[in-house]
Unconditional design. Structure first.
Length: 302
């Protein structure tokens, strides 16, 4: 829907801005044989990999798939196993598509910029230049080519050869960047076309379904927040003797030292029985203990 397009556009814009800042403050080609390739590929690939992992981690569908009910898959029969596999593949493709927005943007922008590519492959350019040193060895040629990304290290007599090499590499990098963008755009377009062709819903029915899913999730989130707040409020009232925000509080409860210790410390999700969990130490205390103890009456007059 429109929300997905807007979200992807925001991610792409933030990635472009981050790439420009990242390049400005951190990138400095070593201009040394054997180091250029590692350095350039690291700046190209590692941020893209990190962005891909973050894209997976920030997608709720990833955790729905990972934390889904395992017994549900355990009872799958052979008749509908193929359907379940198709559903999992469809969800994985959807998750991957969203996760690839940032890393693909990073790769495309860095390739169009050209600096990382020039640094990475400058020593491997199949260019034979002659001038001050026509009889240099292959290793010496690679050493000289490795210095080309750093103009201050190149002898004056090789400045023209350096300019030609830099132009060639920038051309290759930018062409690769635009080809990557073209491939991604065509792939996304064809994917949407195939999904629309094989969808059992008509155009308007699909829009209604998308609207329903969005509204259901929004209402579910609101209900989850309100339900958990009301449930937590009962446990807090049992511990302190009043509901937070009440105007006419008649008395308050004074928790004992043992009770303070019972609700303090690290809390982990604890399974109580086959159907229920304790969500916190206060929750565990409220389910097990009686709300007896010392109460202090509050005088309403100041």
């Amino acid at each position: 829907g429109k929300e997905v397009i807007i979200a992807n556009a925001i991610i792409a814009i933030l990635t472009i801005g981050g790439q420009q800042l990242f390049s400005f403050f951190t990138f400095s080609c070593p201009c040394h044989v054997g180091q250029n390739l590692i350095y350039g590929l690291a700046f190209l690939g590692v941020p893209a990999l990190i962005l891909l992992i973050v894209g997976y981690a920030l997608n709720n569908q990833t955790w729905r798939l990972v934390m889904g009910k395992r017994s549900h898959f355990g009872r799958v029969t052979s008749s509908n196993w193929l359907l379940k596999c198709k559903l999992v593949c469809l969800v994985l493709c959807s998750i991957t598509g969203r996760a690839l927005v940032a890393p693909v943007t990073w790769l495309a922008v860095t390739l169009i910029n050209g600096s990382y590519y020039i640094c990475a492959v400058s020593e491997y350019v199949p260019v034979y230049y002659y001038g001050a040193a026509p009889n240099i060895t292959a290793s010496e040629r690679r050493r000289i080519l490795a210095t080309f990304p750093c103009g201050q290290l190149v002898p004056p007599e090789l400045s023209r050869a350096r300019d030609e090499v830099i132009l060639l590499l920038r051309y290759q990098s930018q062409v690769a960047g635009w080809l990557l963008i073209a491939v991604v755009v065509i792939t996304v377009f064809l994917s949407y076309c195939l999904a629309s062709c094989f969808s059992p819903l008509s155009f308007l029915h699909f829009r209604y379904w998308s609207s329903y899913v969005d509204n259901e999730q929004e209402l579910f989130n609101e209900a989850t927040d309100q339900h958990s707040r009301l449930y937590a409020m009962q446990n807090v009232r049992k511990f302190f003797g009043f509901i937070p925000g009440s105007e006419n509080v008649k008395e308050i409860r004074i928790p004992s030292l043992k009770e303070w210790q019972a609700i303090s410390g690290l809390a982990f999700l604890k399974r109580v029985d086959e159907e229920h969990y304790d969500y916190s130490l206060l929750h565990d205390w409220a389910l097990k203990e009686r709300a007896s103890g010392k109460y202090l009456r509050i005088d309403e007059d100041p």
